[in-house]
Design a protein around this ligand. Structure first.
Ligand code: FEO
Length: 396
């Protein structure tokens, strides 16, 4: 269903209610997603972004409701990934008079991904294009979240179209932030930030400063996933600034897995030690916990305590994905600690310790390993370790 944003500017995207995994199976999307595209009907006719390939027919039908695609003068493609540009081949077959505008890095990624002979040119950072009553201003946004990403700003209506930035994987009936459940919206915006944007926190801060320094009014922020920020649109910018700063609260999360419950019992005893010192925490058993959800809890915690039984001289396989992800996310200002049980020979907790140290966690103490099932003494040592971790967590 086509939805107007203002006079002459329309949402022509699609809502994907059934999407439960994204990027293959790399990212869970429990609440679906949307692929947002925007049509601007000024003296020049402009489409900003498209949708994912499986929805190309639905998308084209919406565009045709408003305009004959052959009348399009420009198609702005802010980013080449298929969830936004996958429908371009179908669109460009009909948009025979349109020039495709991309970022400079887009001159590499669009031909590489689509192998099509489109009339295409790169716009420069800060370049302005008059389309009648309005101008479009293009802002390079490298690594937010790909090298070819850019933002498009529409003057007059004061709408920023930042593609992936400020988005959420969140399928909704309402198109605007004031029409949806605020708790769900904030959770999905944070999950999106943590899993997709947080490795580039420094770039986020610089880009936001750059845009704010332009002093342009922003009445709407219309990303390419999820709802459009219409009510208090800068709230998502402020949230990104806060998240990018990665100031942590004295909370902990215990991520672990277990084979015969020994490591689980150690986790509970360490948790008791944290509680003794009044440090809030969660226990997440990774074989039954969604990794992307767990990363949100990790992001919200100052201290990550990782536990594993020793298996084949290393960590149990269920721990490997989140530990690998922690390396890639490059979190700042974090503390770490590790523990685990073993039968005949140990070493799993030591491997975890090394991995967290490589991921720039400041490690508390040495890995705590217990042979066989923990007895009362061993559980007491775990509880004391929990207290030691709590003290370090509160100190920051
Ligand atoms: Fe980078 Fe939504 O694609």
């Amino acid at each position: 269903m086509v939805v107007p944003l203002t006079d002459d500017i329309y949402w022509v995207g699609v809502v994907d209610w059934a999407l439960k995994h994204f990027h293959g199976h790399e990212l869970s999307t429990h609440r679906g997603s949307s692929y947002n595209a925007y049509l601007i009907l000024d003296e020049k006719k402009v489409l900003v972004d498209a949708v994912w390939t499986p929805f190309e027919q639905e998308f084209m039908a919406q565009v045709r409701e408003l305009i004959d695609p052959a009348e399009l003068d420009y198609v702005v493609a802010n980013h080449s990934e298929v969830d936004h540009a996958g429908a371009l081949p179908a669109l460009m077959r009909e948009a025979t008079n349109a020039e495709l505008l991309v970022s400079e890095k887009g001159l590499e990624s669009f031909p590489g991904n689509y192998h099509a002979d489109w009339k295409m040119r790169a716009v420069a950072n800060g370049e302005t294009l008059n389309i009648g009553k309005r101008d479009l201003v293009f802002i390079e946004a490298r690594m937010l979240h790909w090298p070819d990403s850019m933002f498009t700003y529409v003057t007059g209506d004061n709408i920023l179209m930042p593609n992936d930035a400020f988005g959420q994987h969140y399928a909704t009936a309402g198109r605007f932030n004031d029409e949806v459940d605020q708790h769900e919206l904030n959770h999905e915006a944070l999950k999106y930030y943590v899993n997709i944007v947080s490795p580039y926190s420094n770039i986020v801060t610089k880009k936001i400063d750059e845009i704010l320094a332009m002093g342009v009014p922003v009445d709407m922020i219309a990303p390419s996933h999820g709802v459009i920020w219409r009510e208090n649109p800068l709230q998502i910018v402020e949230m990104y600034q806060e998240w990018a700063a990665q100031k942590t609260e004295p909370r902990a999360v215990i991520i672990y897995d277990t084979m015969w419950n020994a490591t689980a019992r150690m986790a509970q005893a360490i948790g008791d030690g944290l509680s003794d010192e009044g440090v809030d925490h969660k226990l997440l058993q990774m074989s039954v916990t969604d990794r992307n959800d767990a990363l949100v809890d990790v992001f919200n915690a100052r201290t990550v305590i990782a536990g594993t039984p020793t298996f084949n001289n290393g960590m149990i396989a269920n721990m490997a994905p989140i530990i690998e992800e922690l390396k890639g996310l490059r979190l700042k200002n974090r503390l770490g600690a590790t523990f685990g049980s073993y039968g005949w020979s140990g070493g799993g907790a030591k491997v975890l310790h090394e991995r967290l140290a490589e991921a720039k966690f400041r490690m508390i103490g040495e890995p705590l390993e217990v042979q066989w099932q923990p007895d009362a003494d061993a559980l007491q040592r775990c509880r004391e370790f929990g207290r030691e971790i709590a003290v370090a967590t509160k100190a920051g």
